[in-house]
Design a protein around this ligand. Structure first.
Ligand code: FDA
Length: 585
């Protein structure tokens, strides 16, 4: 007999588990989260926090979003992505990244009310955890997941209290494995996985040292050190990553995965730091050092019955593109409202199948992209003549050759420029971050074709209200002279929302009636002159792709569920048809 019961038991307090707990508690769902350690992340692994993730935090509350910005390093200090021989040595090239190039910045600003920033995992996790616990989540630290059994009614999970050594059981309606890249939950549900684990070896060296004189004039989160003879493995070359400007740093350094992981002693760590910074006298305060492996694997299904996996448990990949924590939080945003609708009796169980249908393709996409980004350093090495051997003198000559006069050197310079620019697929891939479109029964297209991308879908975000896409953000205004509000602010918060315009008021009545029948509120916003919200600059009219009498139905996770180009003859039955399909009733 289980000692504890809850609706949803979550294993893991990483970005996936904490965000899921925070969302479920915000939606009024009883949940419990456990972590085998006594506290949250002890190293600042994830840091690049993209706009879509910030929209999830904004949905959790402006206070949550504001605290994230307060703790984060702002976007303006993120973008001078430097390639150099060492921090003190010669700079080889640079690219404006993370939305700081003026063209990219414009796209960022047009896409979202939220800003990209650098928020180390050591700040993100406490923020999400605090939000979850303060809103009702029960948490148990030093508590390890051991096993589970599920039947038609629920899941019985066996946990170990690591303080007392006592095993106990929790009975829940659903179990979520947010237990990271070595997920035991994923193993126990025998998740089908494609790809390979352990394709490279890397080590993290976390230290404090004031490096302002090398970096403050070219602020960036990443400094790539390319030295003749530098150890190339793991993610390749040496990376000096800013944790806090400009006195806390993380070096990422490769090791040969075919050899045992090295012991990172303080002497070794100091040596690596001196080499990459280019200062043989540098003193560092070593905070920690650990090794990790580069993975290239994704789950093709993220659910078995009443058990789900999310985050790194489902997608295991290198840090390139900064997608891990972001994708983990977005997994939660997808699953939390669905669990809520089922637990509140508003939706059928089959709604939960759409979690895997919608998120497993994203897992594949981001694992593929992150691994591809590692390979795309190749042209930079080639352009510098750093490939093909370990003859350090020869490599130096090759690198020096780009400074000569003559057509060969000019071609080498052009190749280097192109190779660095090509890295925008890692460091400025706004489309990868924002273009996620879902296909499942929780989206009703009524046969409307998906709009093709006009520009490169990995680099550029293309807003659309095609069902399955995230609702476009535009600023609209409260009343005729009120303050501005994002269309994304008017939806979400665990509820369905319907947008319409003048002449579409009948949708409001339909939404009220259908909502009452389904036991849920469907919020309605009429946008137009002398309405509650006014589209003074016309951005909403340009973005919404339906006529004023039409409507756009938006899911709690901001994705468009359905749209109608114009008012239908029987709006109530149309809306009921759509909601029945989406909610699997
Ligand atoms: P995560 O691994 O964070 O958490 C797992 C949780 O489960 C932990 O609380 C753990 O203790 C717990 N757990 C595991 N087994 C358990 C058990 N049996 N019982 C109980 N608890 C258990 N991402 C990103 O978005 N932007 C970025 O810039 C970067 N940068 C980056 C740099 C470096 C160097 C690394 C190594 C990684 C990144 N990442 C990243 C990736 C990011 O760190 C990673 O994707 C997320 O931490 C994944 O979050 P999860 O919550 O899925 O797992």
């Amino acid at each position: 007999m289980a000692e504890i019961t809850t609706d949803v038991l979550i294993i893991g307090t990483g970005p996936a588990g904490c965000s899921c707990a925070a969302l479920l508690s915000s939606y009024g769902i009883d949940n419990m989260v456990v972590n085998r350690y006594r506290w949250l992340a002890n190293t600042p692994r994830a840091h690049i926090t993209n706009q879509r993730t910030m929209e999830v935090l904004r949905d959790l509350g402006h206070d949550v979003e504001a605290e994230a910005y307060m703790q984060a390093t702002e976007q303006d200090l993120m973008g001078e992505n430097v390639f150099c021989e060492s921090l003190a040595g010669e700079e080889i090239g640079r690219m404006k990244s993370w939305g700081t190039h003026p063209l990219s910045r414009a796209e960022h600003e047009l896409s979202s009310p939220s800003f990209m920033n650098d928020l180390p995992q050591t700040f993100m996790e406490p923020l999400l955890f605090k939000t979850a616990c303060s809103r009702g989540t029960q948490s148990r630290m030093s508590t390890e997941y051991l096993s589970h059994e599920q039947d038609a009614d629920g899941v019985t999970t066996t946990l170990l209290d690591r303080l007392s050594g006592r095993e106990f059981q929790v009975q829940s309606k659903y179990l979520i494995g947010a237990d990271g890249g070595n997920s035991l939950v994923a193993e126990h549900i025998d998740t089908p996985v494609e790809g390979q684990m352990g394709v490279g070896g890397s080590m993290n060296i976390l230290f404090k040292a004031d490096l302002s004189k090398y970096v403050a004039h070219r602020p960036s989160v990443l400094y790539w050190v390319m030295q003749p003879g530098a150890d190339v493995g793991g993610i390749g070359m040496g990376l000096v990553r800013m944790i806090r400007p400009w006195n806390e740093w993380l070096i990422v350094w490769g090791y040969d995965i075919n050899e045992p992981a090295p012991e990172v002693t303080p002497e070794f760590a100091t040596g690596v730091a001196r080499q990459l910074v280019g200062d043989p006298e540098l003193e560092i305060e070593l905070l920690s050092a650990n090794t990790w492996t580069v993975n290239d694997a994704y789950a093709t299904s993220m659910q078995k019955g009443r058990v789900f996996i999310m985050g790194d448990a489902a997608h295991r990949h290198p840090p390139s593109n900064g997608l891990g924590s972001n994708t983990s939080i977005q997994d939660s945003f997808n699953l939390a409202w669905k669990l809520t609708a089922v637990l509140k009796g508003q939706a059928g169980q089959a709604l939960l199948d759409t979690y895997s249908d919608e998120r497993a393709p994203i897992a594949k996409q981001i694992v593929t992209r992150a691994n591809q980004s590692i390979g795309e350093f190749g042209p930079i090495f080639q352009a510098l003549g750093m490939t093909g051997g370990t003859d350090i003198e020869l490599i130096k000559q090759n690198m020096d050759a780009r400074c000569d006069a003559g057509p060969d050197a000019e071609a080498q310079r052009a190749a280097l420029r192109d190779a660095i620019e090509f890295k925008k697929y890692e460091f400025d891939a706004h489309g990868v971050e924002m273009n996620q479109r879902y296909r499942s029964t929780a989206v009703v297209t009524d046969g409307q074709m998906e709009p093709a991308f006009d520009l490169d879908a990995e680099l550029h975000f293309q807003p659309t209200t095609w069902p399955g896409a995230r609702l476009p953000h535009t600023w609209i205004f409260r009343g005729s002279n009120g303050d501005k509000v994002s269309t994304l602010d008017l939806c979400g918060h665990g509820q369905f929302t319907l947008f319409t315009g003048i002449g579409g008021e009948a949708w409001r009545e339909a939404a009220t009636q259908v909502g009452a029948d389904f036991g849920m509120a469907i919020n309605v916003h009429v946008i137009g002159p002398r309405q509650e919200y006014v589209d003074h600059v016309g951005d909403w009219a340009r973005a919404n792709e339906v006529s004023d009498t039409g409507c756009i139905l938006v899911r709690p996770d901001h994705h468009v569920a359905w749209r109608a180009d114009e008012l239908s003859e029987d709006p109530k039955s149309e809306l009921a048809r759509v909601m029945n399909t989406i909610l699997a009733r």
